[in-house]
Design a protein around this ligand. Structure first.
Ligand code: GLN
Length: 236
């Protein structure tokens, strides 16, 4: 039996639970029973084999986690027990070792990913956008004619601006980048959305930790959830 928790302090946790359940229903195997639970307490966290941290507002999630005594247990879950964890948007920010665009001392991170993230990279709410993104790791999922294309929803989204030295830990894998400036201009995105030429990093993985800049939980597409669950099952 696999129990996956979704941190339910603020943000899109209900949407993640729905997609996790859908993804799990598509994974048929004899000894696979699945449960997705909302996590608000240490007791609930302790029941989890893996955890999703949703999008929302990272300062709020971090504040509530601190107030409810969850921050240290979360750090332990991610960095000591090294159970699989996936953060989307605000969740990604919380899983990074360093964050830019945050008032000093204003936000306690969980950490674990040896990267520096840039919050609100594309600007304010008005500069939020949706664009198809290429996710090469999805090529085994589903049967669409564009197997690696995924609807990317970026809401005051962060990007990984630098991969930091990983010390003794596993290497940071860049799983996906946003198309470069020229391609984004072609897609009709505004200048604010076309910062950076190399193609900003929008998905990373380091050992048991994964992060995405965008919000798969706000789409109808369960392929990343399904891919991630299979990684978790195979003992990531
Ligand atoms: N900019 C937000 C933050 O810093 C993240 C936005 C999101 O999760 N949609 O928390």
């Amino acid at each position: 039996a696999l129990t996956v928790g979704v941190l339910a302090l603020q943000g899109g946790f209900a949407e993640h639970i729905e997609l996790l359940n859908r993804a799990a229903a598509g994974i048929v195997s004899e000894d696979f029973t699945f449960q997705a639970i909302e996590v608000r307490t240490v007791q609930e966290l302790t029941r989890c084999d893996a955890l999703v941290i949703p999008g929302g507002e990272s300062t709020t999630i971090s504040f509530v986690a601190q107030q409810s005594g969850l921050l240290e247990p979360l750090r332990d879950f991610v960095k000591v027990q090294k159970k699989p964890v996936w953060g989307t948007c605000a969740g990604l920010i919380l899983l990074c070792d360093e964050a830019n665009g945050t008032k000093k001392g204003g936000q306690a991170l969980i950490g674990g990913l040896s990267v520096r993230v840039h919050r609100n990279h594309f600007g304010r709410q008005m500069e939020s956008f949706a664009t198809p993104v290429e996710l090469p790791f999805l090529s085994g999922e589903g049967s669409s004619s564009n197997p690696d294309q995924f609807p990317g929803i970026f809401i005051r989204a962060p990007v990984v601006e630098e991969v930091l030295p990983h010390g003794d830990g596993p290497e940071v894998e860049v799983l996906a980048r946003l198309a470069n400036r020229v391609e984004r201009a072609k897609a009709g995105l505004s200048l604010a959305q076309t910062k950076g030429d190399a193609g900003d990093i929008i998905a990373v993985r380091q050992g048991s930790i994964m992060g995405t800049s965008f919000h798969p939980e706000l789409t109808n597409d369960a392929r990343i959830h399904s891919w991630w669950l299979k990684q978790v099952i195979s003992g990531l």
